[in-house]
Design a protein around this ligand. Structure first.
Ligand SMILES: CC(C)(COP(=O)(O)OP(=O)(O)OC[C@H]1O[C@@H](n2cnc3c(N)ncnc32)[C@H](O)[C@@H]1OP(=O)(O)O)[C@@H](O)C(=O)NCCC(=O)NCCS
Length: 148
């Protein structure tokens, strides 16, 4: 399994991974929502990574510059195909992102144990911000990486 930047050619496969995850929860996205995600993947500041295994896209991640905090990336999508859950793919995607961009924040459902576990395993901590049923998580450079 490798993690690499996503291209236009990966767009359909990445969307399919996302659709499959929503399908598990019985919430398939509308055509308008799919078009919105497609636009986000194509945005000039989008950072799109895919996890590929044996020629198949099995995970995707999308981040963009935070509109709230300078120098911080906002992680807006992290999805692994349900038939590949719990095999370290989510962790590999997060590692690929945070090893290059150490300041990352995201929002996730407060009761989403798999997502909370995956973020915690990759060093994300709660910031204390809460919005409806979402909690904000963030990762910052390790203390030893911060210049004096
Ligand atoms: C969240 C998600 C990306 C994790 O991907 P993954 O490849 O299954 O995660 P990993 O195998 O790297 O697991 C990392 C850690 O996450 C936690 N975790 C993953 N799946 C879990 C589950 N079903 N239950 C509890 N904890 C879980 C564990 O702490 C795990 O570490 P461990 O296996 O050493 O115990 C995946 O479950 C997913 O796509 N879920 C649906 C979409 C989603 O919720 N995305 C995040 C918000 S946008």
């Amino acid at each position: 399994m490798t993690v690499r930047p996503g291209t236009r050619f990966d767009e359909d496969a990445a969307i399919e991974v996302w659709r499959a995850c929503l399908g598990v929860r019985g919430r398939l996205p509308s055509a308008a929502r799919i078009a919105q995600v497609r636009r986000k993947l194509r945005a000039p500041d989008a950072l799109h990574l895919v996890a590929e295994d044996d020629g198949r896209v099995v995970g995707m991640l999308l981040a963009e510059l935070s509109t709230e905090e300078a120098g911080v990336l906002h992680l807006s999508m992290l999805f692994v195909h349900p038939d590949r859950w719990r095999r370290g793919i989510g962790t590999s995607l997060l590692t690929a992102l945070t090893s290059r961009y150490p300041r990352v924040s995201t929002w996730t459902a407060a009761d989403d144990e798999p997502a909370l576990g995956a973020y915690a395993r990759s060093g994300f901590v709660r910031t204390g911000r809460v919005q409806d049923d979402l909690v904000q998580l963030a990762k910052s450079p390790a203390a030893q990486d911060v210049p004096p």
